[in-house]
Each structure stands twice: as structure tokens, then as C-alpha cells.
Design a protein. Structure first.
Ligand code: PAF
Length: 291
């Protein structure tokens, strides 16, 4: 008996910017998914979404020190190199860029990209000062590495990090980068919890309660669309509900999708997003729901 099977070509792995640029020369336009590794089904769905959007699919794995405050989890952030490589290979990624810290930051990164203060001053930017400057700086550098040979292409970012997606879109527009930013839907576990690398910090008891954050956002969104809804009161109620369930919430709020400003006038379905960030047993989770 003869068997025939399609063998997926091996994913190429490079560590330096020079090697990445050389590997991409003449390969056409990249479709790029940046990650910090510890990949889950959400990341892999972004890779699947990216693949048909370019001539060569590229992912990066780099835990970016610049976007962590000193008290945050840079050192303990899960690093799962071999599993990540296997998953990307199985997902059909052509090229993995996995710089060491010395490859991306050979000198201290004193030149940084500062996001728009208005967008940076709210929600995640307010509760994690410096976070978006760290994200923008590394993403600008990754874009420079990935899109150097082609002069442009596509990058896919998940809606799970809703404000990050908006900040990156704004950066691309303001710097006239020839890169199309495509949004990927949030992948969820069976109970509705948004997939996140930080879910791995939760023990079984906390994991079973973690869906309460997305439930609170659903309840907030539903209530916001009721005639005469008082958003401030609804947000305060949502915070109290989560707090009574043992969470420490940073924010639970309804915003315009277009610029994350608070809605003016009666909330309009189809234009809004409910966003939340809260700690459960010390693990900070974020989620959002467009409605
Ligand atoms: O969303 C992430 O995983 C990170 O913020 C990113 C975009 C890879 C930059 O380090």
C-alpha cells in the first residue's frame, strides 16, 4: 500500500534583525502576528487569519521588558518555547522571529515611541503607566524588522487587547506606516472566559470563577441599552457586583468603539464596547465586549 501525505515545510526560525531581513528578502509581503509566546488557541487563530493576507506568514515571540512595570510579572511571565514552536509549525507559520533581549535591545532603548496622551491616559494606560509606550516601542521595532524588505504588509492584533489595537492603529496612521492593521476576534474557553496567557496563573478554584468578568461585561452592556440607562450608575453597580464576588476591579466601563471616549447621549447599539480589568486572587485579567 502506498501512502501520500502533504508535508508542511519546516518553519524557519531566526533570532536577529539582520537574519530576519535576509530571510524575508524576495519573499513578498509579510502577514505578521507579534506575540509574547505562551501561545494558546487565540494566538493560533490570529496566525490562521494572517496566513492568507500575505505572501509569507511571520510570527514573533518576545517578552518585552519595556511594557512591564517593575512590580509586574516580567520574570514570571510563562515562557514555553518548544510548545510554542510546535504550535506555530502546526499552524502553518512560515517564519518565526524570536529575538533575544540583546538582539532587540543591544543598547538600552532610550529612544521610545510615546502614544497619544489622551488615549494613553485612560483605561489600561491609566492603570499601567508606561505600558503603551513599551508596546509601541517594541511594535515599531518589530515592524521595522519584519516589513523592511517588502516595504509593507499586514499585521494582525487581537481584539482581546482592545485599547492596544487602537493605539497601534493610531501609531500606524500617525507615522504613515505602510502596514494594514487587521483585528482578530477574541477566542474564548467553553465557559466564556477570554483566552489569555495569564489565565495559567489561576488555580482551579479561581479559574472556575474567572468567567465572572465577562459575565459582568455582558450584564453591563445589556443594561446600558435599556431606555434611560444611567451609565455611571450601571458602571458603579458592575464594580460593586464584581467586588462582592471577590475581585479587585480597576475599571468596568462602556465606551465608544471609535475612540474609547465615554458615550455622549443615549448609548447606540453597534457602536459601543464594554471594557474591564480586574484582579482575581492577584491575577489581573482584562476583557471586552462589543455591543
Ligand atoms: O499583545 C501582546 O502580546 C504584546 O503586547 C505585543 C503586541 C506582542 C507587544 O509586545
Amino acid at each position: 500500500m502506498t501512502y501520500s501525505r502533504r508535508i508542511r515545510p519546516s518553519m524557519h526560525i531566526v533570532h536577529t534583525i539582520a537574519d530576519l531581513r535576509a530571510a524575508l528578502a524576495g519573499r513578498g509581503r509579510p502577514a505578521f502576528v507579534p506575540t509574547m509566546g505562551n501561545l494558546h488557541a487565540g494566538h493560533l487563530s490570529l496566525v490562521a487569519q494572517a496566513r492568507p493576507l500575505g505572501d509569507v506568514s511571520v510570527a514573533s515571540i518576545f517578552v518585552n521588558r519595556l511594557q512591564f512595570a517593575p512590580h509586574e510579572d516580567f520574570d514570571s511571565y510563562p515562557r514555553t518555547w518548544q510548545a510554542d514552536c510546535d504550535a506555530l509549525q502546526a499552524a502553518g507559520c512560515d517564519l518565526l522571529f524570536a529575538p533575544r533581549e540583546s538582539d532587540l535591545y543591544p543598547q538600552p532603548q532610550t529612544f521610545t515611541v510615546q502614544p497619544d496622551p489622551q488615549l494613553d491616559g485612560m483605561l489600561e494606560g491609566h492603570f499601567r503607566p508606561g505600558f503603551f509606550a513599551g508596546v509601541c516601542t517594541v511594535v515599531m521595532k518589530l515592524f521595522s524588522a519584519v516589513f523592511f524588505a517588502s516595504g509593507g504588509g499586514t499585521a494582525v492584533f487581537g481584539k482581546k487587547d482592545y485599547q492596544q489595537l487602537m493605539v497601534i492603529r493610531h501609531m500606524v496612521q500617525q507615522f504613515a506606516l505602510p502596514i494594514a492593521i487587521v483585528a482578530g476576534e477574541t477566542a474564548r474557553a467553553g465557559d466564556g472566559l477570554a483566552l489569555s496567557s495569564r489565565n495559567g496563573y489561576l488555580d482551579a478554584a479561581a479559574r472556575s470563577r474567572a468567567v465572572q468578568l465577562s459575565q459582568a461585561l455582558r450584564a453591563l452592556a445589556d443594561a446600558a441599552l435599556q431606555p434611560g440607562a444611567d451609565l455611571a450608575a450601571l458602571e458603579a453597580h458592575a464594580l460593586q457586583t464584581l467586588s462582592a464576588q471577590g475581585w479587585e476591579a480597576d475599571y468596568l466601563t462602556v465606551r465608544e468603539r471609535s475612540d474609547l471616549s465615554p458615550p455622549v447621549g443615549a448609548p447606540q447599539a453597534g457602536q459601543l464596547v464594554a471594557l474591564g480589568a480586574a484582579r482575581l486572587d492577584g491575577t489581573r485579567l482584562i476583557d471586552n465586549l462589543e455591543f
